[in-house]
Every structure is written in C-alpha cells, then in structure tokens.
Design a protein around this ligand. Sequence first.
Ligand SMILES: Nc1nc2c(ncn2[C@@H]2O[C@H](COP(=O)(O)OP(=O)(O)OP(=O)(O)O)[C@@H](O)[C@H]2O)c(=O)[nH]1
Ligand SMILES: [Mg+2]
Length: 303
Amino acid sequence: MTAPDQAQTYSGFVAIVGKPNVGKSTLLNSFLGTKVAPTSHRPQTTRRGVRGISTSGDRQIVFIDTPGIHKPKDALGKYMNNEVHNALADVDAVVWVVDLRHPPTDEDKLVAHQIRDLPKPLFLVGNKTDAAKYPDEAMRLYAALLEGRAQEFSQTMLSAQNNVNAVATLREQLLEVLPENPFFFPLGSASDQSREMWAAEIIREEAMKKLRDELPYAVATRVNSWTEREDGLQRIEGEIVVEKNAHKGMVIGAGGKQLREIGQAARKQLEVFLNHKVYLGLEVIVIPGWREDEEALRELGYE
Ligand SMILES: Nc1nc2c(ncn2[C@@H]2O[C@H](COP(=O)(O)OP(=O)(O)OP(=O)(O)O)[C@@H](O)[C@H]2O)c(=O)[nH]1
Ligand SMILES: [Mg+2]
C-alpha cells in the first residue's frame, strides 16, 4: 500500500534585523498587511522578537521582528541584543534593513559584522527611499559592508511605509527560499503573541511616542485583564510601569492629561485593529529599577 498523498509544504523562519529605527517593524507590518509590532520614531521601540506569520498557498514564512542591534546599557538592552542573537541562530534567511537617508554608521557595521558570514540567504533592504536624497549612493555603501561574503546576497530598495508593491515582491522572493517543512503555525494566525501582549505593545507604542527624554525607555506596559461584554465592547485593563515615583507624575501629567492622551490614542488603534469598541483602563505603577532587575524583566514578559 502506498501512503496517502501528502501535500508538500514549504515553511521557514526569516529574521528581520538591523540597527534601531531603520523600519524593521514597519516592514514586518507591511509584509503582513496588519499591525503585529509596535513602531515609533524612537530608536529601540522593539524589545522582543515578535513573530509574524504570512501564509500563501503551500508556503508559510514566519518573520521574526527583532530589536535594533545596539551597544547595550542595561539588563534590558542585553536581553534585546540576545533576542537578535537567538533569532539569527535559528532562521532560514535574514533580511537586513538599512536606512537610505544616510550612509552606514558604526551601528550598521556592528550589524554587518554579525550577519556577513552567516551561511543563509541574505536580503539587504534599503528602506525609506521616499525620504532619501541619494538612495543609490547610500545603498552601495551598505552593500560594501558585506564585501568578502562567500555567498551572494540580494538587494532591494523600497519604502516599507508607502511601497506596497515592492514589499509584496520581496515577500515573493522570500517565499522562494523556504525549505520543505510542515507549517509551524495554523492557517489564519498572524502572530505568536497573545492578544494581551499585543495590546500592551500598542499601549507602549503610544506611551513612547508621547513621553519625552529618558521616559520612553523607562516605561513598560502590560495588560492584566480583558473581558468582552455582550454587546461586543472589549474591556481592557492595562498598566504602565515606570522605574521611579518621580516618573509616575510625569507619565500622568497635569490633571491626568498626558495619561488620558496616551489612553485615547491606544484605544483608537485597538478599535481599528479589533474592529470593536474598546474601553481601556490604564493605571501607572512603579517597579523600582525594573530595567536592571532580572526578575522584574521576566515578570514584564522580557524572558
Ligand atoms: N519616511 C519613511 N519612514 C519610515 C519608513 N519605514 C519606517 N519609517 C519610520 O521610521 C521610524 C522607525 O520605524 P520602526 O519600524 O519602528 O523601526 P525599527 O527598525 O523597528 O526600530 P526599533 O524597533 O527601534 O529597532 C518610524 O517613525 C517609521 O514611521 C519609510 O519607508 N519611509
Ligand atoms: Mg522595531
């Protein structure tokens, strides 16, 4: 007897790496056509290696959005770089995102050094073509950082924000390099994070956008309860965690204005992506020195 026909599938992991703020998470969201990862104008927005899943016919890519590679200053920073290191070890292909608005910096060289000799398909993506004055020249300088690499690499210039077609073409190229594997995630899943983690990241994104100076980096968020009312309203209770008592008032703002603004912006995003009315309750709590505290980091999901 012959075994029943098993449909052949192709599936693999693709890491999106690069220095902070080049548009890695924007590119991930654009690949998926939905919002899986937080994005902001501040470097080091991504802290965790979030997975975003994209399935087409018999092929499934599991993208891993990674934190920007940087010189770590605290335990959180070390955790973030470690996330990149782990992602690179296990993936089938690597997408290296660079910002074409400027030539390579030392941080780009740090990234190039980590990925240059990896024996896996490598895609150099020059991003932000919409805002770059000399994209071709910049791209040449980035490509030169891979000089000496034994394997070939492919190059694309695009705008992750505006260029849907170029992003789709790049996705097609990535689908082609996947190895034969069963799907790692069920059809229909867009990400590996729980809805609570996802919502907490949206709240953190809005907090990072609104807060100033060091505060965006001293903030963590979590969602402790999520219930659905009969009429469909999603009731979400979240916390903004800060390091010091002095930060608490700064997040809340005069008369609670700033916290209200963060909450309103986060609620609007949640409503768009959930397609439901949302009630978002937010509280600010202090966990002294959480960024240097291994146990607190774990409690906040950085493990
Ligand atoms: N002009 C322009 N801006 C972009 C483009 N893609 C991303 N950005 C902006 O660049 C900033 C950083 O984007 P992110 O996607 O958060 O960058 P990231 O590489 O994930 O950053 P980290 O998580 O901090 O490492 C945001 O303000 C984006 O809106 C683009 O194609 N063009
Ligand atoms: Mg990011």
